[in-house]
Ligand binder design. Structure first.
Ligand code: G3P
Ligand code: MG
Length: 250
């Protein structure tokens, strides 16, 4: 699949404007004319891939504890909206299947980030790959993860799928050269860096190895910062709030 990532990808939908990782959040992205969105995925006790960022249900839903202690039916009954806005109490954590259909219907691309349910990496990958293979939806998408083990599992299950490696920090053991080598070994398409570690030299190295560079941050990336990132060769940024990007997006 040939993927042309736009300069902006909605982060967990648009996480500053709507409850993250919900259909409502994806609808906000469409309203702002975004062409791609990113979501975080893991599985329930009955192996249903659904959207959740954290290890636990607690911050973004009315549930408690680990998601794989609950069936998706139980997770569907949770409120994933009122932590963000009391009026949004009918919002639930959607399945990845619903998200695939939403993105296909709205013709937007999808970055599926696999959050490794610790110890459940294999089940995670099996459930997501089975769903994607079964749905055969007409959609631009790629899978990414911070967890290299999960990427290996995906590559084994889905030899043709587009893959991205996410990198939060660099150190002696995890140098940029070894990361690039890891990417090449799995035929990855992109590396996604934390904004705290990105610089021009890093981007150049990735580009020399034909790797697309994306950047994410804990807080929304301001427009002036985004321009600097694009100027040093970053392909795409993950954005929480595009309000100051309106001219760019119109
Ligand atoms: O995929 C980019 C970004 O989503 C990674 O960070 O913690 O927001 O999932 P996080
Ligand atoms: Mg993510």
């Amino acid at each position: 699949m040939i993927i042309n990532l736009p300069k902006i990808i909605g982060h967990r939908g648009l996480k500053d404007l709507a409850p993250e990782n919900t259909i409502f959040s994806l609808e906000e992205s469409v309203r702002f004319n975004l062409k791609w969105v990113e979501v975080d995925v893991k599985i329930s006790k009955d192996n249903v891939p659904f959207l959740l960022h954290d290890d636990l249900l607690d911050r973004t839903t009315t549930g408690k504890g680990l998601p794989y202690h609950y069936s998706y039916k139980e997770i569907f009954d949770l409120d994933a909206g009122s932590w963000f806005n009391k009026k949004l109490s009918t919002i639930y954590p959607p399945t990845l299947e619903e998200v695939l259909i939403f993105c296909s219907n709205n013709q937007i691309g999808l970055n599926i980030e696999l959050k490794p349910n610790k110890g459940k990496e294999e089940e995670n990958v099996n459930a997501v790959s089975a769903l994607i293979n079964r749905k055969k939806i007409n959609l631009q998408y790629y899978l990414s993860s911070f967890d290299y083990f999960s990427l290996i599992l995906i590559r084994n299950k889905m030899p043709e799928v587009t893959l991205g490696y996410l990198i939060d920090s660099l150190n002696e053991e995890k140098s940029i050269n070894s990361i690039i080598q890891d990417c090449l070994n799995l035929n990855c398409f992109s590396i996604g860096f934390n904004i705290n570690i990105i610089d021009e030299k890093l981007v150049k190295k990735c580009k020399e190895n034909n790797l697309i560079v994306t950047v994410y941050a804990e807080k929304n990336i301001e427009y002036t910062t985004a321009q600097k990132l694009w100027n040093i060769g970053v392909n795409s940024i993950f954005l929480d709030n595009p309000v100051n990007y309106k001219i760019f997006l119109s």
